[in-house]
Design a protein. Structure first.
Length: 232
C-alpha cells in the first residue's frame, strides 16, 4: 500500500471518530464550569471518559504511524553509518584546513609585522636624515617639526579566504565562564543580561518536589501546586 493510500485510509478512520471526539470536547468544555460538589464530581467522572477517547484516538493513529516509524528507523539505520563516516571525514578535513589556515595566517601576520617595522624604521631614518640636513643649514624649528611628524602605520590585513578555495575562515569570539559566582553577581548587578543563562524550571520543579518543597535557594520562591491525574 502506498503512502497516499495509507493517508487516505487514516483520514477515513479519523472521520468515523470525529463525531465522538467533538462530542467529548463539547461536553468537557461544558463541564469545565464547576460551581459545586455535584458539578465537580460530574467533571471528575467525565475525565476518565475523555482519557478513554483520547487513548483510543492515539491507538488508532499508531496503527498507521508505528509501521511508518519502524520503516523510518530501519532506513535511518541503513544511512546513519555512512552519514556518520562522512561527518567524521568532514570534521577531520575541516580540522586540517583550519590548522593550516591559522598557521598561514600567523606566518603572513608575522611577515606583515616585519614589513611594518621595517617601514617604520625607514620613515624614522628618513626623518632623521631630513632633520639633520635642516639643522645643518640652521633650520632648527623645521628640523624639530620633521622629528615630531607621526610615523604612518598601516594595520595588517587579515585574509579570510584564498583564491579559488571552497572553504573560508572567519573570526568568531567565544565566551568561557571562568568564575560562575562573579558571572551571576554581574547578572544580579545588572551588568550582564539574564538572557545569557538558561533556567530549567522543569528540573527545578522536580528537585523541589523530591524535597517536598523544602528548598532554600536565594531568589527562588517555592509555590505548592496540584497536578490532576486520571485513574484508569
Amino acid at each position: 500500500m502506498t503512502t497516499t493510500q495509507e493517508l487516505e485510509k487514516a483520514s477515513h478512520a479519523l472521520e468515523v471518530m470525529v463525531p465522538v471526539v467533538m462530542d467529548t470536547v463539547g461536553k468537557a468544555r461544558a463541564l469545565a464550569v464547576i460551581k459545586d460538589d455535584e458539578s465537580f464530581k460530574e467533571a471528575d467522572s467525565f475525565l476518565a471518559e475523555l482519557k478513554r477517547v483520547k487513548n483510543h484516538l492515539d491507538k488508532e493513529r499508531k496503527k498507521y504511524t508505528d509501521p511508518l516509524n519502524e520503516v523510518k528507523a530501519q532506513i535511518m539505520d541503513v544511512y546513519n553509518p555512512k552519514t556518520k563516516l562522512l561527518s567524521e571525514a568532514e570534521m577531520i578535513l575541516k580540522g586540517a584546513t583550519r590548522k593550516w589556515f591559522i598557521a598561514e595566517q600567523d606566518r603572513k601576520r608575522n611577515e606583515e609585522q616585519k614589513r611594518r617595522e621595517e617601514d617604520r624604521k625607514r620613515q624614522e631614518d628618513e626623518n632623521l636624515r631630513k632633520a639633520a640636513d635642516l639643522e645643518k643649514h640652521g633650520n632648527n624649528k623645521q628640523a624639530e617639526a620633521v622629528m615630531n611628524q607621526p610615523i604612518v602605520d598601516t594595520k595588517p590585513k587579515v585574509q579570510t579566504s584564498f583564491d579559488g578555495a571552497k572553504s573560508y575562515g572567519r573570526k568568531v569570539w567565544k565566551c568561557e565562564i571562568v568564575n560562575m559566582h562573579d558571572f551571576l553577581k554581574a547578572i544580579a548587578d545588572g551588568l550582564v543580561s539574564p538572557s545569557f543563562i538558561e533556567v530549567k524550571p522543569y528540573q527545578m520543579d522536580r528537585a523541589a518536589s523530591s524535597m517536598k518543597g523544602q528548598v532554600n535557594w536565594p531568589g527562588v520562591r517555592v509555590v505548592e501546586d496540584v497536578v490532576m491525574g486520571v485513574r484508569q
